[in-house]
Design a protein around this ligand. Structure first.
Ligand code: TYM
Length: 351
């Protein structure tokens, strides 16, 4: 069991007492997996898989289409993300790996939640504001209702723990609000109130070009991120060109406070090496970036190279990936179907 789960596992007097601990998380199949997804999410998924708790990891294809996706790219990205999960250490025999559309209960529960969540709650979602930009009127209805589907993903399995990066915190708070309101509206204690698990050195990996922006699959500049599919030369080049300031690295973690780019590279190093920022400062404090960056690139290549090679190998056999997703979906449905059925019963809907 990881510390994250131990410190947050349900206690006798905790709100989730009586619920079996269960982990759920998801990633959108858009573009390629990037280092932020890997360090902030997938690496944590693998740690939690080995914690003895039931784990479900989803490829949220129905979230991806809230903005237009090229159909062929979406299919490719779905399989590539499955390959990325497995190549990073998720074991389909231990975790349920599946794409969201294969478990139709997600969208069914999401409709119930569309009727529980309030417009005002969704209006406060910063991710909608960022993604819709100035042209809100032209955003899809799905983009606005996106967090309700995410709440359904989580609550459909009576999930207690959700490992995510920092940017998902507000969405998980919304899932908590929906669980509480549903329970109150119908006088039941049916849904647990899920805990976000946002821990480690890399809960918010920043762009390599701008230390104030998070690293993202959708940033127009490919130089801003490390993709899991990048080769060794590309990774080295991206770190070499990463924006930094002219000072050498400070001697202590405190010295990174007003140096977002330096802090980001140190956080990445700490997360990749399963170490701490203090330990990295102990080794590289006072050194120039010209010395630190190649070490960081070597570490990234050593970690990501085997994952990327394994992804390539898995992608040679798409039918096997589809089989794995189908199997994960049927195991997930066995948990989801009775929870959806009970949700309908509670609301008085006859099925
Ligand atoms: P998505 O696809 O944008 O990102 C997937 C996961 O990667 C994390 N992440 C990062 N972590 C650290 N630094 C970064 N720069 C960085 N960029 C992304 C995200 O926090 C996330 O954990 N709405 C979700 C997908 C989703 C979901 C769910 C997650 C749908 N349903 C249910 C958890 C539970 C999203 O768009 O993630």
């Amino acid at each position: 069991m990881t510390d994250a789960v131990q410190t947050q596992s349900p206690q006798a007097d905790a709100p989730n007492a009586g619920f079996t601990p269960r982990v759920f998380s998801g990633i959108q199949p858009t573009n390629h997996l990037q280092l932020g997804n890997y360090l902030g999410a997938v690496k944590r998924f693998v740690e939690m898989q080995d914690s003895g708790i039931e784990t479900l990891y989803c490829i949220v294809d129905l979230h991806a289409i809230t903005v237009w996706q090229d159909p062929a790219d979406l299919s490719r990205a779905t399989r590539e993300l499955a390959a990325g999960y497995i190549a990073s250490g998720l074991d389909p025999a231990k975790s349920m790996l599946f794409n969201q559309a294969r478990v139709p209960e997600h969208t069914q529960l999401a409709w119930l939640f569309n009727c529980v969540a309030r417009m005002g709650w969704l209006n406060r979602m910063t991710q909608f504001k960022d993604k819709a930009g100035k042209n809100r009127e032209n955003a899809s209805v799905g983009l606005f209702a996106y967090p309700n589907l995410m709440a359904a993903d989580i609550l459909l399995y009576h999930t207690t723990h959700v490992p995510v990066g920092e940017d998902q915190k507000q969405h998980i708070e919304l899932a908590r609000d929906i669980a509480i309101k549903f329970n109150n509206d119908f006088g039941v204690d049916f849904f647990p109130v899920p805990e976000p698990v946002i821990e480690g050195a890399a809960t918010r990996v920043m762009s390599l070009r701008d230390g104030s922006k998070k690293m993202s699959k959708s940033d127009p500049s490919d130089m801003s991120r490390i993709n899991l599919t990048d080769d060794a030369d590309t990774i080295a080049k991206k770190f070499r060109k990463a924006k930094t300031d002219p000072e050498p690295l400070p001697d202590t973690a405190d010295g990174l406070t007003d140096r977002p780019e330096a802090r980001n590279l140190v956080n990445i190093y700490a997360a990749l090496s399963d170490s701490t920022v203090d330990a990295v400062m102990g080794e590289y404090g006072g050194k120039a970036f010209s010395e630190f960056k190649p070490k960081l690139a070597d570490l990234a290549v050593a970690t990501l190279g085997p994952i990327s090679a394994e992804m390539d190998r898995l992608m040679q056999d798409p039918a096997e990936i589809d089989r794995i997703l189908e199997d994960g979906a049927s195991r997930a449905r066995a948990i989801a179907a009775p929870i959806l059925k009970r949700s309908y019963d509670i609301m008085g809907i006859l099925i």
